[in-house]
Design a protein around this ligand. Structure first.
Ligand code: ZN
Length: 189
């Protein structure tokens, strides 16, 4: 895999602070100084449309938090997810997209290889190391249609575990609770 890095694109800044994400949503670790690896996720409606695009939620999580979240999954669910994702040729994709603008990387759904559907509901994911944005497996977009497919792979046992994990993390503000209700299993991808 040919990876390279660049400045964090504005598209992956926080819409709330109008600046790069600076701490992990879950453990509050500082992200921009030092070489911390972390994932940014933003969810949209009317993604990529010139008028009316709306950010539904956004956050950054460090890789160790993303890992512990993933461990909440049942072995069976993890296996299914891994099988599902192994159909994607990240290597080929990265070489096709190398040097392209961010819009091009995000244009088509990673899973369905077409733009997001009518509602334009989509999540985008990016990987950073400190203040650098890493191109390679990331960035990518997953449409709501594909996300439904992914969630349907998860066992009810896994969904229960994710609920418990979520509750343990979100005794705080109700906005966060709402966020997790929506995000749920999604930041595994
Ligand atoms: Zn963290």
């Amino acid at each position: 895999m040919n990876r390279y890095s660049g400045e964090i694109p504005r598209r992956f800044h926080s819409d709330i602070s109008q600046a790069p994400f600076d701490h992990c949503l879950l453990c509050d670790k500082a992200l921009l100084s030092g070489g911390e690896l972390y994932i940014i996720e933003k969810a949209y409606r009317d993604f990529g449309k010139k008028i009316g695009e709306k950010t539904l939620f956004e956050y950054a999580v460090c890789l160790s938090c993303a890992e512990s979240y993933r461990k909440q999954l049942s072995v069976e669910s993890r296996k299914k997810m891994d099988e599902f994702m192994s159909n994607i040729d990240f290597q080929k994709r990265a070489s096709l997209l190398e040097g392209e603008e961010d819009d091009v990387w995000l244009k088509n759904c990673l899973i369905r290889q077409i733009p997001a559907g009518e509602s334009g509901e989509a999540q985008i994911y990016g990987l950073c190391e400190g203040d650098r944005f890493i191109y390679g497996e990331f960035p990518y977009m997953i449409s709501a249609e594909a996300m439904d497919q992914i969630v349907s792979l998860l066992s009810s046992e896994t969904l229960d575990e994710l609920d418990r994990f979520k509750e343990s993390l979100t005794n705080g503000p109700s906005e966060l609770q709402d966020l997790f209700d929506k995000v749920g299993p999604r930041f595994l991808v």
